[in-house]
Design a binder for this molecule. Structure first.
Ligand SMILES: Nc1ncnc2c1ncn2[C@@H]1O[C@H](COP(=O)(O)OP(=O)(O)OP(=O)(O)O)[C@@H](O)[C@H]1O
Ligand SMILES: [Mg+2]
Length: 141
């Protein structure tokens, strides 16, 4: 499904809607440039999961963990990862087993390791604040 948003708040609201539908073990894999809105969308996911508090970019930590919602949220930023081999080093499989939601920024870096996930691609539209967001569920719909 393709959506268009005209500001950060609308992207967050779209993330919130998706967050309400997610099941334990869901992986949301983002693609899209710097400043596309991946963290903004993830902030919405957190809200949809009922997680209190502030979601910040995990750029320097690779993963941030948020508890206190319907499901835990593990927010990854793979920008600095060398490739999917390094996923094992950060304990990716343990995160998958914990029955939370994994939101993965810069999933391009590890795309060969992410099968059956929900793909969220965010690109810029015509105006400064326009974004075109494509959400593709694991089964290809
Ligand atoms: N429609 C929109 N949706 C989301 N963000 C928007 C939109 N319009 C403008 N913005 C701005 O774009 C920026 C998006 O930042 P954000 O940190 O979410 O991007 P990102 O994709 O996570 O980038 P990075 O790759 O650096 O982590 C914010 O400054 C936000 O205010
Ligand atoms: Mg980000």
């Amino acid at each position: 499904m393709e959506y268009r948003t005209a500001g950060e708040g609308e992207t967050e609201a779209l993330g919130e809607r998706l967050g309400k539908t997610l099941s334990p073990g869901a992986v949301v894999a983002f693609t899209g440039d710097l400043g596309a809105g991946k963290t903004a969308f993830t902030r919405g996911l957190a809200r949809g999961l009922g997680i209190p508090g502030r979601v910040t970019s995990p750029t320097f930590t690779i993963v941030n963990e948020y508890e206190g919602g319907r499901l835990p949220l593990f927010h990854f930023d793979m920008y600095r990862l060398g490739g999917s081999d390094e996923l094992f080093d950060i304990g990716w499989e343990d995160y998958l087993r914990r029955g939370g939601v994994c939101a993965v920024e810069w999933s391009e870096t590890v795309s060969d390791a992410l099968e059956g996930c929900i793909r969220v691609d965010i690109r810029r539209g015509e105006g400064e604040n326009d974004r075109i967001i494509t959400i593709c569920e694991g089964d290809g719909t």
